[in-house]
Ligand binder design. Sequence first.
Ligand code: HXC
Length: 260
Amino acid sequence: TAPEMIKVEKVGEKKNVALIKLNRPKALNALCDQLMSELSDALRSLDLDTSVGAIVITGSERAFAAGADIKEMTDNEFASTFSGRFLENWTTVSEVKKPVIAAVNGFALGGGNEIAMMCDIIYAGEKARFGQPEIKIGTIPGAGGTQRWVRAAGKSFAMEVCLTGDQVTAQEAKERGIVSKVFPVDQVVGEAVKLGEKIADQSPLIVQMAKEAVNKAYELTLQEGLHFERRLFHATFATKDRKEGMTAFAEKRKPQWESK
Ligand code: HXC
């Protein structure tokens, strides 16, 4: 059945970038269970779709997503959230092998910001606002907020964000390393798609290796990370695309990737 709370299309000159638009405008894209399972299903199938080289997730100009659906959670209790694995389907965004870009306008709050931070790259519109307001409703971030803010922006700033619930402007998010670039509101999605197209022009196989290697920097010690990187680098020499890339350079032509 077609999703109701997200829209998925293939965009870009070669239609090789998937654009997922969170589309529950009346609730500022609050991430209810249905929206999250539609997002999760879409990501899983796009990850397997060989015509897609990169994925962009966006919301509306008013809100990327204002967080998990508070009204849906109000009557939850510990036992059922624990045994029912509440939020288990939230991790899909961080499990996708292809590059995922968040194009953020408006509010990226609570779980909305956590989804953005699960993406590989964040582009923001000038009026975007990031934050973890959970503390104001008697809970804490549950999909990575306390961990990913620290890794991106350091402990002191992460503490401020998580303990006050204050919103962070796009410009400050960029200065803190959460966001890589800031654009005028109406250009963010277009720029994110262009970035997706640029990445999709590379070998999908090698892009996947590069993403995996960068992500290891979050999880391993420097020594282990460097070792992992070196081994994957060696492994590129077992691919046709590595041979093609270097041959094409020497022959002054564009490489033809086979993902082999
Ligand atoms: C359910 C929400 C919502 C949310 C907004 N809405 N955010 N519904 N869950 N997270 C609904 C409002 O109830 C309202 O519905 C409509 O969207 C428009 O919102 P308003 O509040 O009227 O808009 P505005 O005055 O512009 O304020 C925008 C806002 C505010 C600052 C973003 O909506 C807000 O503070 N939202 C909650 C933000 C938040 O606390 N997020 C964290 C959630 S907890 P009606 O029907 O009245 O028109 C979380 C936990 C993560 O994310 C844990 C891991 C997943």
